[in-house]
Design a binder for this molecule. Structure first.
Ligand code: MV4
Length: 495
């Protein structure tokens, strides 16, 4: 077993991994940027090292510095958490070259699943049902129209190098194809450095249901049931639960078997998640694979009675999975609320936490990256903490969670805590009526266009920069504050 692990991440997930290390008797090493000198993960780890200025590109994404830090302090393995370098095949390879174990899948598996067209080809070979469409980039407008006519409108154009909702375009009819294709290609080029886009039939009002898998390095792979993740806003998940109110025992078994097949098809090891879209008739289709530990992993831990981070570390150390498929019997119900530093319009609200009251009591779990007096930086994702509740059944989990949300108070910054009060008291939520249109129906507001949101973020950033006294330094210049706001407002999906 490893003696020392470096955690190449920050916030609640770094704290989560540090706790697992402590439980396993492994020394934990935190890394931090200028903005995170006093962050909770730095205080909790056994050792902590500075890796660079506030912008993530110079710190949490700085492969060279992170690997040099791991070597210098004698860490034998790196846990990447989620986001940042967790799905970066180049980083996984750089770890291997430095003789450091990357706690995650092989670089090749990250690469295949990162290119959606390659993933679809691989799934087709393995007999995994995927959303009907093409498995290579569309070459011309004629080809796009031809394929779309065969699939039937509406269709979706997606960036091959994208994922998580970035670089997607819905096309309602042949008339809209030319402009959508051009826009999708140039957006993909700008965002991912490749203009390859492919076509999928659009599934209307789908549910987003994902299956957790675990594979060891000795050929054993199991699934741990599903998570229902349909409650999202612009591809940012807000609340997740397990089991899904829409999945029967037979559907779970068949989704699970297919997820294991998908993982095996790419030689997957460690923890991973197969995302499916499910339609109103319970048909389900492979969408993409997340080759990392996910934000919402705790709901699976609670219903399956496992510790996914312990298991990740064991697998990376070469251990065998300590159980097989029949040993996994999900029990009860778990729901997670993602507590973000944002206002009622989902606008980021960083700043100092002046008061903090954390909930407690039966069935509670709070995975947090904050503490009272700490200042939430502008530069990173606004996720503060996750409140996870277990109950013997769904109504009990909902009731306990509503009580715990009421106990929770975070002062000095705005948070989305009130949103959970509304969701957890909503009869439609109680009825399990939670497809991807749920939040819009709840707010009856509709979602503002990307462009206007980004403009609003830029204006707010400029105002923020002009009123906030700040030290000079590379990470705290108004220009960086501005890009931090925009980054935060862009609501990049991590989990
Ligand atoms: C789709 C889709 C409908 N049809 N693909 C959004 C995130 C990315 N992972 C894939 N997404 C979607 N892909 C086809 N062929 C609808 C979505 C989608 C969505 C999916 C899951 C959760 C929330 C969503 C919100 C809007 C669109």
């Amino acid at each position: 077993m490893f003696k020392k692990i470096l955690i190449a991440n920050r916030g609640e997930i770094a704290v989560r991994v540090i706790r697992a290390c402590r439980e396993l008797g492994i020394l934990s090493v935190a890394i931090y940027s200028d903005a995170d000198r006093a962050a909770l993960h730095v205080l909790k780890a056994d050792e902590a090292y500075y890796v660079g200025p506030t912008p993530a590109s110079e710190s949490y994404l700085n492969i060279e510095h992170i690997i040099a830090t791991a070597r210098n302090c004698g860490a034998e393995a790196i846990h990447p958490g989620y986001g940042f370098l967790s799905e970066n095949a180049e980083f996984a390879r750089a770890c291997a070259r430095a003789g450091i174990k990357f706690i995650g899948p092989p670089a090749e598996a990250i690469e295949i699943m990162g290119l959606k067209t390659r993933a679809r080809q691989q799934m087709e070979k393995a007999g995994v049902p995927f959303v009907p469409g093409t498995s290579r980039g569309v070459e011309s407008i004629d080809e796009a129209r031809e394929v779309a006519a065969q699939l039937g409108y509406p269709v979706m154009l997606k960036a091959a190098a994208g994922g998580g909702g970035k670089g997607m375009r819905l096309v309602e009819s042949a008339a809209g194809m030319a402009s959508a294709l051009e826009a999708a290609q140039s957006e993909a080029q700008r965002a991912f450095g490749s203009n390859e886009v492919y076509l999928e039939k659009a599934i209307t009002n789908p549910r987003h249901i994902e299956i957790q898998v675990l594979a060891d390095e000795h050929g054993h792979c199991v699934h741990l049931g599903e998570r229902e993740c349909s409650i999202q806003r612009r591809h940012q998940k807000v609340l997740e639960e397990s089991p899904s109110p829409a999945v029967s025992a037979t559907m779970r078994q068949s989704m699970g078997e297919i997820a294991v097949k998908a993982a095996k098809a790419v030689g997957y090891t460690n923890a991973g998640t197969i995302e499916f879209l499910a339609d109103a008739s319970s048909n389900f289709y492979f969408l993409e694979m997340n080759t990392r530990l996910q934000v919402e992993h705790p709901v699976t831990e609670l219903v399956c009675g496992v510790d996914l981070v312990h298991l990740q570390i064991g697998i990376a150390a070469g251990e065998r999975l300590p159980f097989s498929q029949p040993d996994i019997q999900p029990r009860g119900h778990a729901i997670e609320c993602r507590i973000y530093a944002e206002d009622e319009n989902y606008f980021p609200s960083p700043g100092q936490i002046t008061a903090l009251s954390e909930p407690a009591g039966p069935g509670i779990r709070l995975d947090s990256g904050i503490y009272q007096e700490w200042t939430v930086p502008v530069a990173y994702d606004p996720l503060l903490a996750k409140l996870i509740r277990y109950g013997g059944n769904r109504p009990q989990a909902i009731g306990r969670l509503r009580r715990a949300i009421d106990e929770c108070f975070i002062g000095g910054i705005k948070t989305n805590l009130q949103l959970f009060g509304r969701i957890l008291s909503d009869p439609a939520f109680a009825a399990g009526d939670t497809d991807t249109g749920y939040l819009e129906r709840l707010s009856k507001l509709g979602t503002p266009a990307d462009e206007s949101d980004q403009e609003a973020a830029a204006i707010a950033a400029a105002l923020f920069a002009s009123i906030e006294p700040r030290k000079n330094g590379p990470g705290t210049s108004p220009a960086n504050a501005s890009s931090g706001w925009k980054r935060a407002a862009r609501t990049e999906s991590l989990g």
